[in-house]
Ligand binder design. Structure first.
Ligand code: PNS
Length: 161
């Protein structure tokens, strides 16, 4: 059975993430969306909330599961017995950081491969940080995050003040 781990902060999930997850679900038997549980990054949504939001968006994708992880990604992959990590690549600007992480992960765990999936053209410019900024200033979120979570994002931003 082919399994891929798609890791990230997902604070919150965007249409770019969902596009990659959907495409991956057609290639792999199982896709594990691995949500980093990292308090140091002070995310807008708690880990549980981020998982809830992802689950709302992947309801129709039966072979996609969401899990949380702490510590090193390669340790999580080893724990799950999965040897493929997939990262999304938007622009050239993503490449340097992703290249560094892929090489470090390879050094830490040579049996685990990182594969890159190029973002769809219409999602190239979307990132969770930009989406949060737009939400903060009341901009339109349609097309940036899945419709299922637009209100959750607006409410969270309102609560935060
Ligand atoms: O969505 P993000 O914030 O770009 O995702 C980054 C993530 C979670 C994939 C990355 O920070 C990560 O793998 N963190 C786990 C810690 C780790 O393994 N660090 C070493 C990588 S070289």
């Amino acid at each position: 059975m082919s399994v891929a781990i798609y890791p990230g902060s997902f604070d919150p999930i965007t249409n770019g993430h969902l596009d990659i997850i959907t495409r991956l679900s057609k290639i792999y038997d199982e896709v594990i969306v691995a949500v980093l549980n990292n308090s140091a990054k002070s995310p807008l949504f708690t880990t549980d909330e981020r998982i809830e939001l992802i689950e709302k968006c992947v309801k129709g994708l039966d072979n996609v599961h969401t899990e949380t992880f702490d510590g090193l990604l390669v340790d999580f992959a080893r724990l799950k017995n999965v040897t493929t990590i997939v990262k999304g690549l938007r622009a050239i600007s993503d490449f340097e950081y992703e290249f560094q992480m892929a090489l470090l992960n390879k050094k830490l765990s040579p049996d685990i491969e990182t594969l890159f999936m190029i973002s769809s053209e219409n999602h190239m410019y979307i990132s969770s940080s930009i989406v949060k900024e737009i939400a903060k200033f009341g901009g339109a979120l349609t097309g940036l995050v899945p419709d299922e979570i637009v209100n959750d994002l607006k409410l969270k931003i309102e609560k935060r003040g």
